[in-house]
Design a protein around this ligand. Structure first.
Ligand code: GDP
Length: 432
């Protein structure tokens, strides 16, 4: 899916515009300078075409070294994206802070769509025309708040984004897209180096697909795999130094683009908040998951004891994920990764026929009916698997199901049909 980065100074109405594009209220985030937000990328659809919107957040106009910071942000965003939506406040015009970004945008050679925001009525449109001077092409006057002009803007966005490859081609598979994720120093780059060895190929331009200079094609187990955003892993780019936000932006975008994520953990250390946050993101994005317990050479009996407890406590939600214990530094057990990847992808793409699903639902409901709630007993009337990747089930019921019962259904689905390595989405539709 092509990626659109949205950049602009605080208060130009970036978040409002992102919400316009998404057609929902979900992404409402204030432009609080310097704030690290949990989610930065969102799925959008316009005219039947899907793309990912990366909201790059605000920068701090009062911070020292602002120009560099803005430039760094813009560079990263532009580097990650297929096209950039540059948002300017038409009532304010261009500021010095914008100029640095404009330079980078011009230099990048990637498509730029220039949005002149806060053009709330026709009279204000004249203000937008001054922006022709930027040399970024036609400014699109919009009112993110009222929606004025947003249709034309989105048409322009679609035109700037690369056409997705025809569906058949995707089905027949290009290389599988894998993201190696994890917090700093867990051994991601060591793992990548061992996997890729000397034979790595840096992908700089695959015709007809997303142009992305940061993926690598790697041969493993006789097949080619595409590792996403390896530049972010190999080079500790500026962003990593002190600025967690940029690291998170990269991680989040990589997860979004991947089919499967390998979460690398440092087994010698306690499972941390940040590990859990990445896990959460992978689950929410609905990607296949393999967990690699790295630095296994440092695990002694005592650490093993505590690690088992931590796994029980922190990883219950992802009990289904295949796990491999590895030592990236020496390559020990690295060969176990490919079977785990295969297993996870298989689960991710498993499809259960409607017949088999309903026979199964009938059986488990008979075995273990829903508890009675205020005199009523919700029943599952019919179910169907609406999607794979990740497996998504729609259950039509006679009433709302308890959380506990939904978990029971999910657990039994896994016991019956496998689904290793994948989140399962249950979409319950109570008939009122
Ligand atoms: P990244 O930040 O996740 O890419 O982590 P690196 O690959 O740069 O590794 C961070 C540090 O951990 C380096 O000093 C590595 O040599 C070390 N390291 C990586 N994998 C292992 C391992 O399996 N065992 C041990 N003992 N150290 C490792």
């Amino acid at each position: 899916v092509p990626v659109l980065a949205v950049i602009g100074r605080p208060n130009v109405g970036k978040s409002t515009l992102v919400n316009r594009i998404l057609g929902r209220r979900e992404a409402v985030v204030e432009d609080i300078p310097g704030v690290t937000r949990d989610r930065v990328s969102y799925d959008a659809v316009w005219n039947g075409r899907a793309f990912t919107v990366v909201d790059t957040g605000g920068w701090d106009p009062d911070a020292r070294g602002m120009a560099e910071r803005i430039a760094a942000q813009a560079e990263i965003a532009i580097g990650l994206a297929d096209a950039t939506l540059f948002v300017v406040d038409a009532t304010v015009g261009i500021t010095d802070a914008d100029e640095a970004v404009v330079k980078i945008l011009r230099k990048s050679g990637k498509p730029v769509i220039l949005a002149a925001n806060k053009v709330d009525d026709e009279r204000a449109e004249a203000e937008a025309y001054g922006l022709w001077n930027l040399g970024l092409g036609e400014p699109f006057p919009v009112s993110a708040l009222h929606g004025r002009g947003s249709g034309d803007l989105l048409d322009a966005v679609l035109k700037a984004l690369p056409e997705p490859p025809p569906e058949r081609e995707q089905e027949l598979g290009g290389p599988r897209r894998i993201a190696i994720v994890g917090r700093p120093n867990v051994g991601k780059s060591s793992l990548l180096n061992k996997l890729a060895g000397e034979e790595r190929v840096v992908v700089d331009n695959v015709a007809g697909t997303t142009v992305d200079p940061v993926d690598e094609l790697v041969d493993l187990g006789g097949r080619t795999w595409r590792f996403i955003d390896t530049a972010g892993i190999r080079k500790r780019v500026k962003e990593a130094s002190g600025h967690e936000y940029y690291a998170w932006l990269r991680t989040s975008t990589a997860i979004e683009r991947a089919e499967l994520c390998v979460l690398v953990l440092d087994s010698s250390q306690s499972i941390a908040e940040q590990d859990m946050r990445i896990l959460q993101e992978v689950r929410e994005a609905g990607k296949a998951l393999v967990i690699a317990f790295n630095k296994w050479d440092l695990v002694d009996d005592e650490r093993r004891y505590y690690l088992d407890r931590e796994i029980e406590r922190d990883l219950v939600q992802v009990q289904w994920a295949p796990r491999v214990n590895i030592t990236a530094r020496t390559g020990w057990h690295i060969d176990r990764l490919v079977p785990a990847l295969d297993k996870a992808l298989e689960g991710w793409e498993t499809r259960v026929s409607t017949g088999a699903l309903n026979a199964f639902l009938g059986r488990i409901v008979a075995e273990h009916p829903h508890p009675v709630r205020s005199g009523k007993q919700p029943k599952i009337l019919f179910g169907t698997q609406a999607q794979t990747s990740p497996p998504t089930f729609v259950l039509f019921t006679s009433g709302k199901l308890d959380q506990g019962y939904e978990r029971f259904v999910e657990r039994r689905l896994r016991e019956e049909f496998g689904f290793a390595g994948t989140p399962i989405v249950l979409n319950v539709r109570p008939r009122e």
